[in-house]
Design a protein around this ligand. Structure first.
Ligand SMILES: NC(=O)c1ccc[n+]([C@@H]2O[C@H](COP(=O)([O-])OP(=O)(O)OC[C@H]3O[C@@H](n4cnc5c(N)ncnc54)[C@H](O)[C@@H]3O)[C@@H](O)[C@H]2O)c1
Length: 427
């Protein structure tokens, strides 16, 4: 199936009947919009806008453009089987109605498959998420037993749906930040920490651990530590399981990492960048807590430093970057993001750019979940274990292997993604 200079059309390894299980941790706004969206696409021919795996193309050295879906052996949409964990009651149909992202008409037109998705009770640690009133929670003697219970869920999901493979995407709420601790340093220490109930081990780390042990590739869409600790990276590398994170790059940050490179390319100076958001969904409510906001702030704020780095030219030395998120219930999922950029040009004369992005959070996030699921699966089949830096395109705070700096420039990230997809196309 190889061609000398370009790409060939490939067939999904294992044939088009391959069944890929996609588990989401959390069945809220993002996860239900993703699942309902895939059902609407495959049953009613809706358009998968925003998904590179469905609509994107790779360009060969000779300028030939080939759809990613034709070049890389991705699992077919028809073969996707969905499952989820959540700590709130309600099947995917009920939850999709509650979160109120898609229209009633769209949701009800896929009521049958959505009603069949009943989330498995989740692992919940209220100390890391005190605003959430969880009502479907696993209980066990130790954190180690809870991880074992998650592993058993994965095995049952795989067995009962006769799946070839399973991947997981973390779409649950943002946890409070935890300080690095000795239990995070090595996998052996992590296992001891689970046994002792170390409070620095969060639920997202426990999901990630269960997935890695079950050889389930894991992508983290929240600004949680999850797979960002050395212990789990070590284990993922050892077992050849692809992991990635963190925090989906959707609206404001996506724009920021597209505009900043343009200013930098034109050698224009920037001395201020103020970003603020209003949003009224549950995510906004959770982020209203200072400790959860800090995790989000860190991941949103880190992106400019590497793009607008002053190398002595005096263009970015005084850059002041501030990010705010305000919980404002009337808006629901229809977020509004404002950016004010104070820049300067020839002879230091000042200018401003104002951006007002009226976006829909989960509409932007859902295709990212799909791409991450399909690309993580193909990476797993190629034997690419450990941190998948090439998936950094999808994240606000891209995970990297130790000693490597994260890339934030959206176009540089896309080039890196394409190079990896081109390698996968030849496998
Ligand atoms: N929507 C976006 O554009 C966007 C962008 C970047 C990151 N994110 C992140 O994605 C995540 C999901 O966002 P959302 O808008 O769907 O939030 P949401 O509040 O609608 O959904 C989160 C779900 O996770 C569940 N949950 C919480 N703790 C859990 C646990 N321990 N186990 C299992 N389930 C648990 C909640 O009950 C809820 O149903 C958030 O962390 C958010 O910060 C979203």
């Amino acid at each position: 199936m190889k061609q000398e200079q370009g790409f060939s059309t490939s067939v999904p390894l294992g044939g088009s009947s391959r069944r890929l299980g996609v588990l989401t941790v959390g069945l809220g706004a993002v996860a239900t919009t993703f699942v309902a969206g895939v059902e609407l696409i495959r049953r009613h021919g809706k358009h998968p806008v925003g998904s590179l795996s469905q609509l994107g193309a790779l360009e060969s050295a000779t300028g030939e453009r080939v759809r990613i879906a034709d070049a890389v052996s991705l699992a077919p949409l028809d073969g996707l089987v969905f499952g989820a964990w959540d700590v709130l009651a309600g099947n995917a149909h009920e939850r999709a109605r509650q979160v109120n992202v898609l229209s009633r008409e769209d949701i009800d037109s896929v009521a049958e498959p959505l009603s069949a998705i009943q989330p498995m009770p989740g692992v919940f640690l209220p100390e890391h998420m005190p605003t959430l009133e969880a009502n479907r929670v696993k209980s066990a003697k130790s954190k180690r037993d809870l991880v074992d219970a998650l592993r058993e869920d994965i095995r049952a999901f795989r067995r009962s749906n006769a799946l070839d493979d399973v991947v997981a995407v973390y779409c649950a709420s943002t946890e409070f930040e935890v300080e690095p601790s000795p239990s995070h340093r090595s996998y052996e220490a992590f296992l001891q920490g689970l046994e002792k109930g170390d409070p620095s081990i969060t639920a997202s780390m426990m999901y990630a651990c269960a997935c890695i042990e079950e050889r389930v590739g894991f992508a983290n869409g929240a600004p949680n530590s999850a797979v960002a600790i050395p212990a789990l990276r070590e284990r993922a590398r050892e077992l050849g399981v692809p992991i990635s994170g963190s925090d989906f790059k959707t609206g404001q940050t996506m724009m920021k990492t597209a505009i900043a490179p343009a200013l930098q390319q034109r050698a224009l100076g920037v001395n201020g960048w103020f970003s603020t958001n209003i949003l009224g969904n549950r995510d906004g409510h959770v982020l209203d807590q200072p400790a959860a906001f800090r995790a989000k702030e860190r991941s949103k704020a880190g992106v400019l430093e590497s793009i607008l780095e002053d190398r002595g030219e005096g263009l970015y030395a005084d850059l002041f970057h501030k990010v705010r998120i305000e919980y404002y219930p009337p808006r629901g999922d229809a977020k509004e993001g404002w950016d004010n950029i104070d820049l300067f040009g020839w002879l230091g004369y000042p200018m401003q750019i104002k951006i007002n992005f009226l976006c829909r959070d989960s509409i932007l996030a859902a295709p990212i979940v799909l791409d991450l699921a399909l690309f993580t699966d193909v990476a797993a089949r190629a034997g690419w274990g450990g941190v998948q830096e090439w998936l950094g395109f999808y994240f606000k705070a891209p995970e990297t292997e130790e000693g490597t700096r994260a890339l934030h420039d959206l176009f540089a990230q896309r080039r890196k993604l394409d190079r990896s997809l081109a390698r996968l196309a030849l496998i």
